[in-house]
Design a protein around this ligand. Structure first.
Ligand code: ADP
Length: 605
């Protein structure tokens, strides 16, 4: 909306400026044409004046030549020898005409008859013609120098006539006349784009660059004026039709433009006009320049301005667009910068948060690790608590036996039965060894894993674990079925940790078998290519599918006093030695836990 309003305003301004420019151009061109026509017409007038001036005094000078008196006087006397006189005079006049560049020079007697003429030899010679009716003759015969423009009565050629009286002792006896051919004007006039006319005092055009204007009047003549012109036969029988409708010649002189009829085209055209008065001859020279030329310039100026204005408009529009685009770009940049700053801040915040989270994560990891190792230890200790009773029991028996052997030995010493004492001491040593073994096993279980010694005989670990639980098994009435335990099967695990796993699995099995009929636990060891497989099964209630999925998760327990960590820790231990721990249904009912571990390929040490 705003844009179209702007466009309309620009076009409106352009149109107004165009009108102003058209007007100014028209005025300028018109003025220029007027100046040019005026200048040209004045130049022509001055040249023509100069030309005519050259001839105006000549008749008077020539009239004083005494050789002219003779023929005139002879004519008056009507002597017989006239022809010879006239011929001599004609030859003289011919010589003068050639010298002066005049069209014709002729001698007229006081009655108007031409006695001698420079064109005496030519057809249409003036000799013998009577010009008494010509104004220039009448003026001269009255004693005044005469000037006159007319069509030649016999030659039909346009000419300007200068005359002067010829005196003989104070009385006029003849007239000396020079006719000048005005075709010289055509030589002077060289302005093709300007028409000119030369009109007499009443406005009849007797010379014009436009042929169709010849012998027409510049303004309408009244009947009296027409009659006078026709009577003088100045312009033959011309009709003297008017070229304009103005009433006075002054109207033509004071107007900037005038409408002139174009008889050839039967039309009217407007011209810029200028005139020059030739006061001596009584003529006016008019120059006419068609105003159409100004219109062409106006059209050119309007076109040029339109092109310029359009280009200027385009340049301004493109500049404006560029400015707008630059502004939009700057705004976009600002927004982008703001966005970047915001995003950077966000990113920095996120980064900080990430660092914090990472720190928290690392701390949690460390805490988790700590908790894990504490939990492992706690689980071990819990198991140890449970085992302590059977260990106590196991130790108490040999201790009691040792005490009995020692008391017996004391009695036997008193009786000096040294052999029997020695046997008793041997038994005590054996029992001591037995207690040491039990404690050693207990110690092994209680200590932390040894990371440097990862080569273990699988059978040893199984034996160790079963022996730890022997009392509990007996107490619970569980039958232990252990398969072959080849001692050449080595596994890359820590002995303490694998023992802990086996104890844990067996302990769970014992607990599961609490209400079982004829409870049994089986252990099988097998080597399959590079893998070692330890299966621990029982004939307890077993596990449903949901339990099987969840038992390795931390804190999953079905026991009122359970921690739910035993299996989780066991799987972690086996995983850490690149093995697997899984559960399945045992074929005879109950659960079966399967440990697989990579077999150690190195020789037994
Ligand atoms: P806890 O012994 O403290 O419950 P565990 O992780 O060792 O923790 O055992 C998780 C659960 O797995 C036990 O509570 C028990 O329900 C089940 N479970 C483990 N071993 C057996 C098994 N041999 N027979 C049946 N259920 C078992």
């Amino acid at each position: 909306m705003q844009k179209s309003k702007c466009l309309i305003l620009i076009v409106a301004i352009g149109l107004v400026l165009n009108v102003v420019i058209a007007q100014l151009t028209y005025q300028q061109i018109k003025q220029h044409l007027a100046d040019k026509v005026s200048l040209d017409v004045n130049q022509l007038g001055q040249k023509l004046d100069a030309q005519l001036m050259r001839y105006s005094k000549l008749p008077e000078v020539l009239a004083n030549d005494p050789r002219l008196l003779q023929p005139l006087l002879t004519d008056q006397a009507s002597s017989a020898n006239t022809d010879n006189q006239y011929l001599k005079t004609s030859l003289l006049l011919q010589q003068w005409a050639t010298t002066l560049g005049a069209d014709t020079i002729y001698l007229i007697n006081q009655h108007g008859k031409t006695l001698a003429a420079s064109n005496w030899q030519q057809t249409g010679s003036f000799v013998g013609q009577n010009y008494a009716y010509r104004p220039y003759f009448r003026d001269a015969i009255e004693g005044k120098p005469g000037q006159y423009f007319a069509l030649g009565a016999s030659s039909d050629k346009r000419g300007y006539y200068f005359s002067a009286p010829i005196f003989n002792q104070q009385s006029i006896i003849g007239v000396m006349t020079i006719k000048v051919d005005l075709s010289l004007i055509e030589d002077i006039w060289q302005y093709e784009d300007i028409e000119y006319t030369i009109a007499d005092s009443v406005g009849v055009v007797f010379y014009s660059s436009e042929n169709s204007w010849l012998y027409r009047s510049l303004i309408p003549l009244d009947d009296k004026q027409k009659q006078q012109v026709l009577a003088s036969r100045q312009y033959g029988n011309a009709k003297l039709d008017p070229l304009t409708d103005y009433s006075q010649l002054d109207d033509l002189k004071h107007r900037e433009t005038i409408d002139i009829k174009l008889p050839a085209q039967n039309d009217t055209e407007a011209f810029v006009v200028a005139n020059h008065n030739m006061t001596q001859a009584g003529w006016s020279i008019y120059g006419f320049s068609p105003i159409n030329a100004a219109y062409q310039y106006v059209i050119q100026a309007v076109l040029m301005f339109t092109v310029f204005y359009s280009l200027l408009g385009l340049a301004v529009a493109s500049w404006w667009q560029t400015l707008k685009a630059q502004k939009a770009l700057a705004q976009l940049n600002d927004r982008l910068e703001l966005l970047v700053v915001k995003r950077t801040n966000n990113l920095q915040e996120s980064n900080q948060q990430l660092r914090d989270t990472l720190g928290q994560y690392e701390r949690s990891q460390a805490e988790l690790k700590q908790t894990q190792s504490e939990l492992v230890q706690a689980a071990k200790l819990a198991m140890l608590g449970e085992l302590s009773a059977s260990i106590n029991h196991e130790i108490n028996q040999p201790l009691a036996a040792m005490r009995t052997y020692a008391e017996n030995s004391r009695k036997l010493l008193k009786k000096e039965r040294y052999e029997c004492v020695a046997t008793n001491v041997d038994e005590i040593i054996k029992l001591n060894q037995m207690v040491a073994d039990i404690i050693a096993r207990f110690k092994v279980f209680a200590r932390k894993a040894n990371e440097n010694n990862n080569r273990t005989v699988a059978a040893d670990s199984i034996r160790s674990a079963t022996s730890l639980l022997r009392n509990k098994l007996i107490k619970e009435g569980v039958i232990l079925r252990v398969g072959d335990l080849p001692s050449d099967i080595l596994i890359n695990v820590d002995a303490v940790q694998i023992e802990q796993v086996i104890v844990n699995l067996m302990h769970n099995a014992i607990q599961a078998l609490a209400t079982a009929h004829q409870p049994q636990i089986g252990i099988q060891l097998a080597a399959l290519d590079n893998l070692v497989e330890i299966r621990i099964w029982d004939n307890g209630p077993g596990l449903d599918d949901d339990q099987k999925k969840r038992i390795f998760m931390p804190f999953f327990t079905t026991k009122s006093d359970g921690l739910g960590l035993g299996l989780t820790i066991s799987r972690r231990i086996i995983d850490s030695f690149s093995g697997t721990l899984s559960v399945a249904d045992h074929s005879g009912g109950g659960a079966e836990f399967v440990i697989t571990l990579p077999r150690s390929t190195e020789d037994t040490q």
